[in-house]
Design a protein around this ligand. Sequence first.
Ligand code: LLP
Length: 455
Amino acid sequence: MANSNQYEPGRDLLSPNRNFAPITSEIDEQGILMVGGCKLSCLAERYGTPLYVLDEATIRAACKSYKESLEKYYPGRSLALYASKANSSLAISSLMASEGLGLDAVSEGELITALKGGVPSNQIVLHGNNKSDQELLLAYKNGVKIVIDNQHDIDRLTQIVPSGSRPAELMLRFTPGIECHTHEYIRTGHLDSKFGFDPDQLESALKQLKKIDCARLSGLHAHIGSQIFELEPHKDLTGVMVDALALARQLGHPIEDLNIGGGLGIRYVEADDPPSIEDWVKVISNGVKEACELKKLDLPRLMCEPGRSLVANAGLTLYKIGSRKNIPGVRTYVSVDGGMSDNPRPITYQSCYSACLVDRPLDPVKEKITIAGKHCESGDVLLKDLSLPYSRRGDVLAVFGTGAYNSSMGSNYNRIPRPAAVIVNNGQSDLVQRREQPEDLLQYDVIPDHLIELG
Ligand code: LLP
């Protein structure tokens, strides 16, 4: 898929995942791009580049859309959880908590970020296919729901939870046999996945958990994939999950929660056309409701766990343009001051993005260039064949849709410090992550004595 070259942000105010730019994007009278009421060129000046920018109104609109759609279409109780692997920080945790969302964590780091950010512990779930004892204990002590992924989790919990004390609150994850890519999906009996119990093991795991005093199984979980544009796989998933719900209740488990996972896709480039949050929620709500009616089951609390569709389109990254290399007849590389360490998705998944120059987003396109990162790696290219007006050294480039799986998957490759992150709203900008400095990267380095002597 080609990268988009035009600034056509789209305007679905209710479902931000359908626009590649934040919903507050506007062009001021001087033709400069603003987000959250802040001029992007001023943010670059004030905070430096690369800079992650998050638009608070866009995140809140996405949260509201999940919550209100669940209330509209699902007659039972419901809870949307934020999959914090998409972008984990204290500020985002507290924003999610203020919108009444719960949170999905997959490590001790994500868990303490959620707890310290103010997410109520009974609205947090802990995932992971290889949880440490420390992670299990932290979750147990705080009353966080633990998603049992495999036999190892069961074995460790029986060791960790003191006998005679309050049982751990559990959900059980299984692989539903639905394999999903963005534009196709298949149903199979078994999936080659490291996560969750295989469908064949589900019944014996449920029977085993029934005999364990230290555990109370009150939920079931499945997740079929990410950046999904079709609604059919999630509809199928609800049927599979309600079958599992019937089985678990038959075996005596007090199952209250059905967690359908995340996966709704977003628009990165003009050609992407994901469903709205409302349509997605409608499908999962109706699916669970109808399957429960058919099987005469009490409605469970319906949970979902979106990550990308809550934060990706609220985010953009600002870079300063630097060097240029023209290879006649081949391509022109224009380099920016960040790259694969702040956005590893293009080199990892060949992902495409949309971008524009912030101080002349509407100027006529004049050339096709390739935006390269500054890392010592030929594949460190952020956007291929991007059509832009002529750009000069020092111009600020905005790359859209970077609010999910950029900061959270970032690295310090080449000892490049991590960017700062700001949140913008109503003309105000606030730092949510300070910029790392090169010296910060030395703080955990140790020179063994014998090397100091030799030096
Ligand atoms: N729940 C579970 C159990 C998950 O594994 C995931 C994502 C989610 C929820 C949230 O899915 P979402 O709504 O964000 O699609 N690094 C990749 C994406 C990996 C997704 C991993 N799991 C990327 O940058 O595209």
